[in-house]
Design a protein around this ligand. Structure first.
Ligand code: B16
Ligand code: MG
Length: 215
């Protein structure tokens, strides 16, 4: 059994549900490009970077664009997405998150963020939880997307804690793989159907506590 001294949290799907806002913004872009983008399609974008998400969207719509146009459309989507982000409030923090953060901090554990989002800092500020994080690794600091372990390894490095003493909380399959590739423990947040490779799977952070950090 590994001794856990740090918890690294993914953002979307673990701390807050931003997927619904990403969906609205991508759907609006689909509409502008004359095709419908369904909620099922949106599942494929969870944990995926902005440009990779756009490529998936274009594949669904069967549309080819130049690299320049792709950048312009990704920017446009992000402007629409940020309109939602700017309206976010602390009420949107998912159940159990704050209680778990408090318990971790009181017991001396370190907390880091490991997210693909380039908007992570703005979101944490709107949720008023940025001060809980000892280290923030987001899409502005990484070169390689999950399942590459980079995001989580940078988190452990920033905390100065061995990866073997870290546990990652992740809702995306690629994120679970990234945690395992970093040789960290992983708690999947969601369903064992797609997160079965994680060491444990829970539906959310409600009722999560330090006692359950045994692997
Ligand atoms: P942005 P996570 C991910 O967040 C989202 O799940 C994914 O849908 C999004 O495309 C990605 O962030 C990039 O977000 O456009 O804000 O840079 O789950 O890694 O916290
Ligand atoms: Mg996620």
């Amino acid at each position: 059994m590994g001794q856990i001294s740090a918890c690294i949290f993914d953002l979307d799907g673990v701390v807050v549900d931003t997927a619904k806002y990403h969906y609205q913004a991508w759907k609006r872009l689909g509409k502008e490009l004359n095709f419908d983008f369904s909620e099922d399609d949106n599942e494929r974008l969870k944990g995926v970077s902005r440009m990779d998400s756009l490529n998936i969207l274009l594949e669904i719509g069967n549309i080819t664009l130049s690299e320049e146009d792709k950048l312009a459309y990704a920017d446009k989507k992000n402007i629409w997405y940020k309109e939602f982000v700017m309206k976010m409030t602390p009420d949107e923090i998912l159940p159990g998150v704050l209680d778990f953060f408090k318990e971790l901090k009181d017991a001396g554990y370190k907390i880091a963020l490991g997210s693909a989002s380039k908007n992570a800092v703005a979101i944490l500020e709107k949720l008023e939880i940025i001060d809980w994080f000892d280290v923030i690794i987001d899409g502005t600091k990484t070169k390689k997307a999950k399942p590459d372990p980079e995001v989580f390894l940078l988190g452990a490095k920033g905390l100065n804690i061995d990866p073997a003493n870290c546990v990652v909380f992740e809702d995306a399959e690629a994120g679970v793989e990234a945690a395992l590739n970093a040789e960290m423990y992983c708690v999947g947040i969601g369903s064992p159907k797609n997160l079965g490779k994680a060491h444990k799977v829970m539906p959310g952070l409600l009722n999560m506590n330090i006692e359950k950090l045994t692997f």
